[in-house]
Design a binder for this molecule. Structure first.
Ligand code: SF4
Length: 343
């Protein structure tokens, strides 16, 4: 089934009511819409955990104080176009701005959505940067979603990164095995699995309802190719902010050979406050999960410090109350201290 890419498509398919549509037009103008056939099939009703992630909502028009265009500060650490170098030993390569779905809570929602990928000249410049910085041991492919590229382009990119002797690990951040599992072909799995690099695929998924039979096949194909599978999820109010939902997700991931890796606190992207929990709520959920799940099933709950100061675990070693309600003091990996307000 073709993806729904407009408000009109959503109305025609009965995913959004006709009466609701006019109020959603400004949302469509501000942020792209795309719902794949796999995710459309996983939606049971307008208010369920899958629908909430992909169907536009008028609450996206509400921008709160403190919300940012670039909440995790990609641009602050970008020495060449398409590359973010925040930590010495790793860098992120944003190979495309395109995704198979557009998530309503996306932390890069102001950056994703354009058609088109990095040009050949931009890829050459980015890989040259990696080659002359041998402290970079790991390249993280992200976007957008890097697996929207054709298998031919992925093959070429993996080979070129593999040719840089100092790089040891290739991490691929993707939502495709879940939202468009048919794109995980045997050829793609083999391409990743045969690289001389240690390849880790980090699958973004937020609720067990997304892990359809197709997703299970795609994950099985990647595992079969010898690829390490981790997950990253976002803690989302109304989607997975309950012990039952999180336990269900992490158990389903482990059943499919995916180690729950990160649970992200929802970033301060513009217009996503209706998805954001407080840090205290997130910590309470993690404490509750500890009694329900064994170590391998528990991810690390993390926050990206706004402004590009990196990611830290949300625990008292890094995140402490700052005296007033909803105010926190967060220490980054270099020892810098930052104020954070739940909003
Ligand atoms: S797949 Fe990732 S990058 Fe793309 S819209 Fe969703 S959260 Fe954003």
């Amino acid at each position: 089934m073709k993806a729904a890419v407009s408000l009109n498509d959503l109305v025609v398919r009965g995913l959004v009511g006709e009466a609701e549509a006019p109020a959603l037009l400004p949302v469509e103008q501000a942020f792209r819409i795309r719902v794949t056939g796999a995710m459309e099939g996983a939606i049971a009703n307008r208010a369920d955990p899958v629908a909430r992630q992909f169907l536009p909502d008028v609450q996206e028009l509400e921008v709160r104080d403190g919300e940012l265009f670039d909440p995790i500060g990609d641009e602050a650490h970008s020495p060449v176009k398409g590359l973010t170098h925040r930590y010495p030993d790793r860098c992120i390569l944003h190979v495309t701005k395109t995704c198979e779905v557009y998530c309503r809570f996306c932390f890069r929602r102001e950056a994703v959505g354009d058609e088109g990928h990095l040009t050949e000249a931009e890829i050459i410049a980015a890989l040259d940067y990696v080659a002359v910085n041998p402290q970079i041991r790991e390249v993280v492919l992200t976007g957008g979603d890097p697996l929207v590229l054709s298998t031919r382009r992925i093959k070429d990119l993996v080979a070129r990164i593999g040719a840089i002797a100092s790089v040891e690990t290739l991490r691929v951040h993707t939502r495709i095995p879940v939202v468009a599992p048919e794109r995980v072909t045997g050829e793609l799995a083999e391409t990743l699995g045969k690289s001389r690099l240690s390849v880790v695929v980090v699958v973004h998924t937020n609720h067990a309802q997304e892990i359809t039979d197709g997703a299970k096949l795609a994950l099985g194909r990647l595992r079969g190719a010898g690829i390490m599978l981790l997950s990253q999820s976002v803690l989302l109010r109304g989607v997975n902010d309950s012990l039952d939902a999180l336990e269900g997700l992490f158990r389903e991931l482990m059943r499919n050979g995916v180690k729950p890796y990160y649970l992200h606190h929802c970033d301060l992207a513009r217009g996503v406050s209706h998805f954001r929990t407080t840090l205290a709520d997130g910590m309470a959920l993690m404490a509750g999960l500890r009694g329900r799940l064994s170590g391998p099933l528990l991810p690390t709950y993390v926050i990206d410090i706004p402004g590009g100061f990196g990611k830290v675990p949300v625990n008292p070693a890094y995140v402490v109350p700052a005296g007033a309600p909803k105010e926190w003091r967060i220490t980054d990996w270099k020892g810098g201290v930052h104020r954070y307000t739940d909003s």
